[in-house]
Design a protein around this ligand. Sequence first.
Ligand code: GLP
Length: 240
Amino acid sequence: MKVLVCKDYKEMSVEGAKIVAEVMTKKPNAILGLATGSTPVGMYQELIALNKAGKIDFKDITTVNLDEYYPIEPTNDQSYRYFMNDNLFNHVNIDKNKTFVPLGNAKDGEEEAKRYEAFVRSLGGADIQVLGIGRNGHIAFNEPDTELVPVTHVTGLTEDTIDANARFFASADEVPKQALTMGMGTILSAKKIIILANGKGKHDAVMKMLKGTVTTSCPASFLNLHDDVTVLCDEDAYKG
Ligand code: GLP
């Protein structure tokens, strides 16, 4: 794992955008694996600025997102589909038909998980996967547990994650209790991975991941199995 410690959130976002932009420049029809959460928002703003400045082109880009609440309507302003439209897709020249998020309103969650997994695999995996990290070390919605599911699946959210995500909803009661998420195997099928972490709250999770061993109690530690991972963090997340 390569680690890049940035002085602050802004620098982390700029550095993250540079890596994504480089992949897009080398491969104009690249498949970008994208993440939600507050962490990548700054990086998306940098990508929007690069697109507006004519430095990167989204015309032939395909995107696949990691996860989505379940059940949720894509039009709900807390859905990850809405988040992606609002924070990136609505502001760049991407063809929305080539942007994919698991369908939170699918009738059968298990079927949707199978369909999404097959779809991502049929693309051959992402050229680059952008990740955030939960304060308990979760990746997408792969929560710490005694076992992890390697493929896209329906999962329950832990109290900690419901708590952490409650800030976006009117109350914790309104946070959906389940989600559709890529598994760690789906995520590791990406050719290149960058993981962003900022703030002291992420310090413990980042340290556990950087220890170099693999444990289901910290799903992020599974990234040690991949040979092209760059950790971008600010000083707070790195030093605590
Ligand atoms: C959610 C998402 C994750 C994200 C995590 C951290 O649970 N499913 O993909 O990494 O939150 O979010 P934040 O960046 O807001 O700290």
